[in-house]
Design a protein around this ligand. Sequence first.
Ligand SMILES: NC(=O)c1ccc[n+]([C@@H]2O[C@H](COP(=O)([O-])OP(=O)(O)OC[C@H]3O[C@@H](n4cnc5c(N)ncnc54)[C@H](OP(=O)(O)O)[C@@H]3O)[C@@H](O)[C@H]2O)c1
Length: 349
Amino acid sequence: MTYNLVMIGFGAVGQGFAALLQNKAAELADRYGFQAKIIGVYTRRASLFCPDGLAIPALLAAAQQNDLTAYADHANLRRDLNAHYQITHPATSAVIEASLTNYVDAEPALGHIRTAFSHSKHVVTVNKGPIALAYGELAANARRSKCFFGYEGVVMGGTPCIRLAEAGLAGARIEAVRGIVNGTTNFILGKMEAGMAYAEALAEAQRLGYAEADPTADVEGFDAAGKIVILATLLFGAKLTVADVDRTGITQISMSDVQNALAAGQRWKLIASLQREKTENGERVLAKVSPERLPLSDPLAGIGGGGNAITYLTDTIGGVTLTGAGAGGKATGFAVLADLLAMHARYGN
Ligand SMILES: NC(=O)c1ccc[n+]([C@@H]2O[C@H](COP(=O)([O-])OP(=O)(O)OC[C@H]3O[C@@H](n4cnc5c(N)ncnc54)[C@H](OP(=O)(O)O)[C@@H]3O)[C@@H](O)[C@H]2O)c1
């Protein structure tokens, strides 16, 4: 079966996905009977649409120049169409939302996803805003429209922490979650263990592209808080916002804290956690982001560099820990591909 994809956003993740689709085309067709064309790309600065399909190598070459408008003309190519037109076009089968995350109102991605479901288009999003702010509504829209809704890439990039919880651990009850879900802070803490001062480690993270020019979202724990809120929503059905998270970043961790922990055979890690707590009326979910001093026996203690990991504590088989890349265009592009294959498995026949 061939799917026609419209991509909103074509940055690191969009390009990572497009390259995978190109490189794995023969394998995907052979192993899964899955074929896909990118028929539309819509970004702030460019719009390309051709129901016959866009040429992925030319798209990637234009994106490498940071100018999608450099994509060469060909028959049936349109450059004047807005996102709504592309999403709702009869040829479109699925929409990939890979534009920038906005935790304030999730727009314009939220509108894109609503439009897609109201026109019976499948959706895969790596954009965290719509999941953090409107997951319940969007999941209901998807069910009503009998459409697929994929969001594996919103937490831990391509490492399938959501699919593990939703499918692999089906039948077990997850009692608590503990994770390293922000690679930047893990990288900085690792450098501090190696003797680098905080400011120097942050500068190195910025130089390598791990950290933004304004690192607040990472080092103050907001990014981790957004992700733990998403997991609370997806795994526990909790209605939390980032403001509900008991949040502390890593800026107060000193070099001597790090070195003292090391001398005691321990490591500081920024841990995002969820814990179910019984109340008179039922239960509530406590969400926290905070630096913790972990013994080396904790599976999260060994996660180095920009890595991510998550431990699900279950009622049935105890703790299950998943480790992998938490970010990166290729890794998160893989999450898009995995979601599309899940869509194909469910709707492809
Ligand atoms: N990178 C990762 O490792 C990672 C991991 C997990 C999740 N994510 C999420 O994935 C999404 C994409 O990340 P990225 O790293 O690919 O970002 P990026 O490299 O900065 O690219 C962002 C893309 O979104 C487009 N865009 C921005 N605002 C838009 C708007 N209002 N309408 C349409 N397009 C818009 C940009 O277009 P212009 O270039 O024309 O402005 C660009 O093509 C984000 O939501 C991010 O949080 C990323």
